[in-house]
Design a protein around this ligand. Sequence first.
Ligand SMILES: *[C@@H]1O[C@H](CO)[C@@H](O)[C@H](O)[C@H]1NC(C)=O
Length: 375
Amino acid sequence: MTSYASSLFFWRFVFATAVLICLFKDVEVQSQNAAAELALMQQFEQFMVEHEKVYDSLAEKMRRFEIFKDNLKKIEELNADPEQTAIFGVNVMADLTREEFRATYLSYRMPEDARENFLTRLKLDHEEEEEDEEEWEGREGGFGLLERNKKTTTTTTTTTTYPPPTKGPPPQACTIDWRKISPKYPSVDNQGKCGSCWAFSSVGAFEVLLSKSGKTEKLSKQELVDCTKESDMCEGGEFEAAFKVMQDPGLTSEKEYPYKAANGTCKSKFTVIEKLKSYKDVSGSDSKLIAALPTSPLVIAMNANDDFQWYIGGVLNPKSCPADGLNHGVVIIGLCGDSWLIRNSWGTKWGTEKGHIYIKRGKCGIGLWAYSFKA
Ligand SMILES: *[C@@H]1O[C@H](CO)[C@@H](O)[C@H](O)[C@H]1NC(C)=O
């Protein structure tokens, strides 16, 4: 009897203790979690202030906070990759899901009739050169012009503390750089929440070219969005259709026809201040791009892959960036050893050096669709 009672007592004791230990453990873990959560919330608040984010409701703010936390994890993973020579961090897009990022910022559309040709060409390239399916390395072996340097060593960053890491392997010196060619190089624009990259890259390259001769008046992107008949406005557009409008009737100023980041109807009257003289297809190889770059910034289509969402510096060396995924229009403004220097249209807070990005050459379909201008 006594042994039964005492054993019952014993087990009760064990059970109670176990429960207590568990409870305490739980409390400890919970308070650790709470502290981490609080720190993340502080980062998020800081991000909101810096990027002037305002959410309609508390529920929306909490939803964005969850996305932000997910994104911090993705940034950490990217920064931990030793093959990667770019740095990733919290930027203006840190509260967007992948789907939102893609839907909002990527909008280059290839002309339907050109698409088939293009895919055939792409297929031929692959067969001829027996290359990695994911990467296009230049059709005519154009890399011969400049020696491609060995992979730069990477400083791996594992922290996601905010502000993000600012040091990384520097890009190689630029042998062509339109920011030097043109002392009045215009600042990078922001297409906002409208898929008008095709208009921004077209007008952007033209503005950079004009700035070389001292012209600094900003030209209208909205005019192209509204007046390029063959485009889908904020849903995407084609370069050549945009160039035709830039030639005839030509472009008015940003001041007279300001950007709305929305679909609109073409105004019946505006004062044309610049006309594009001509454009030339320079696509096909790195050597063609390099030959054209000293006299014109190049309007190109490329695959802006998911890494773009977090890029804040260094040379982007994407793992997977298939050449047949052209989805974005940008401007090549520099040649920097084994990378291109590219002008984007996501504002001056995105990317590096106020709106730019360095990308390893031979990646992301760069050069498959490229144009130079004559002002
Ligand atoms: C803008 O125009 C395109 C092409 O007509 C259309 O597909 C899209 O739905 C429009 N967007 C808005 C917000 O009206």
